[in-house]
Design a binder for this molecule. Structure first.
Ligand code: PEP
Length: 250
């Protein structure tokens, strides 16, 4: 069964105390069960505290990254096993900011995805094209290469533990949003690629989120499309009322 999900990505925002306050507020707002799964993606240092705080509620926790190595002498890195040990269930991987600023290429992301899965984490794997690639009509080519480069090596069973997030880079944090028709068109294309690789049922069951300036005003329209299964939310996930309004779009 395909899951509907609204996931937040706090990025490098909120001190531990501010993050705890936000998670507490959100938990109390979500005392009655929403019509979708709710995930909050927090910095590493928040994970254990926030995971404990939301235990037993409808909220699940995601890391925003994990290392591409199992363990050892990699100063400053945080492994997938460490993330799992905090109580987190998900791990955002392949975010365009990590691809652009930390040079995470297809091969690095392939390792990260494998390590996340082997350690019992569900990757939220982000793909999406740059502005110039969209302008050149290359968006389909770009997402196909990103999937082939980092996740289409997985078995069908492994792939069924992945959530995809289509995030056009030109829409992230810019206030520009893909129209719901643009989102639907490429989500349907992504699903067709999954069907060609893993078969119709795996594709039907795959959750494909939209991300890129999704907010309380446009979420309902975006989520009404048959191949848009929810959202990955940056800026609007930092304010409990705004994030809750997006969840309520379902
Ligand atoms: C993101 O960073 O994943 C994102 C979608 O950001 P925003 O909602 O702020 O565009």
């Amino acid at each position: 069964m395909r899951k509907k999900i609204v996931a937040g990505n706090w990025k490098m925002n909120k001190t531990l105390q501010e993050g705890v306050a936000l998670a507490t507020e959100l938990k109390s707002m979500l005392s009655s069960k929403p019509n979708c799964e709710v995930i909050i993606g927090t910095p590493f240092i928040h994970l254990a505290t926030v995971a404990e705080l939301v235990k037993g509620s409808v909220i699940k926790v995601a890391a925003e990254n994990c290392a591409d190595k199992e363990s050892g002498a990699f100063t400053g890195e945080v492994s997938a096993a460490m993330v799992k040990s905090t109580g987190a269930d998900y791990c955002i991987l392949g975010h365009s900011e990590r691809r652009a600023y930390y040079h995470e290429d297809y091969a690095i992301l392939k390792e990260k995805v494998l390590l996340a899965l082997r350690n019992g984490l569900k990757p939220i794997f982000c793909i999406g094209e740059l502005k110039e690639e969209r302008e050149a009509g290359k968006q389909n080519e770009v997402v196909k290469a990103q999937l082939e480069g980092s996740v289409f090596n997985l078995s069908a069973e492994e792939f069924s533990n992945i959530v995809l997030a289509y995030e056009p880079v030109w829409a992230i944090g810019t206030g520009l949003t893909a129209t719901s028709d643009q989102a639907e068109e490429i989500h349907a294309y992504i699903r067709s690629l999954i069907a060609a690789k893993y078969g119709k049922q795996v594709a039907e069951d795959a959750t494909i989120l939209y991300g890129g300036s999704c907010n309380d005003k446009n979420a309902k329209e975006l989520f009404s499309k048959p191949d848009v299964d929810g959202g990955l939310i940056g800026g609007a996930s930092l304010v409990a009322e705004k994030f809750k309004a997006i969840i309520d779009a379902f």
